[in-house]
Design a protein around this ligand. Structure first.
Ligand code: ZN
Length: 160
């Protein structure tokens, strides 16, 4: 156990469920209780923790304590504004490849051509040679992406 680890008892059932939805567990949580935001945001960078358990409650109705590494509410932001929205909405599921990294990326986007440009411009993974290998228009892009990733996970070791 490191200094900033927590146990499952530190979390509410709702928090455990919210983490599980993103395939995370209490082991992915950094104990930021009693720390100022500035301090834990600096400390969490040196760890592989995805989420921080804080004393600060979010401004939402449910007053969540879990924060993303960038100090946004994990339960409001990640699930409602990001994940669930793209989960249900139509768009594209794509496979992009980088020859220099010998890597493929499976993802989803509203508009595939723009996303391919973004991967190049943002030098995703440190390179700018991303090319579209495959793209298909679907009704629920997040759902199809998740199913495709789960299928890959069962057949080979897969890194996000
Ligand atoms: Zn919240």
């Amino acid at each position: 156990m490191g200094d900033f680890d927590i146990t499952e008892d530190d979390l509410t059932t709702k928090e455990v469920t919210a983490l599980a939805r993103q395939r995370l567990t209490y082991e992915d949580v950094f104990d930021a209780r009693g720390m100022r935001t500035k301090a834990w945001r600096r400390r969490i960078k040196g760890t592989d923790k995805a989420v921080a358990l804080t004393d600060d409650e979010c401004t939402g109705v449910e007053k969540h304590r879990l924060k993303t590494r960038s100090a946004h509410c994990f339960q409001c932001k990640t699930i409602y504004f990001g994940f669930q929205k793209q989960f249900r909405n139509p768009g594209w599921v794509y496979i992009a490849g980088s020859r220099s990294l010998k890597l493929i990326k499976l993802g989803n986007s509203i508009d595939f051509d723009r996303r391919a440009d973004q991967l190049r411009k943002q030098r995703w993974g440190g390179v700018s040679d991303w090319k579209r290998l495959y793209a298909i228009e679907v009704r629920t892009r997040g759902h199809v992406e998740t199913r495709a990733k789960n299928l890959l996970l069962t057949s080979l070791s897969f890194q996000e």
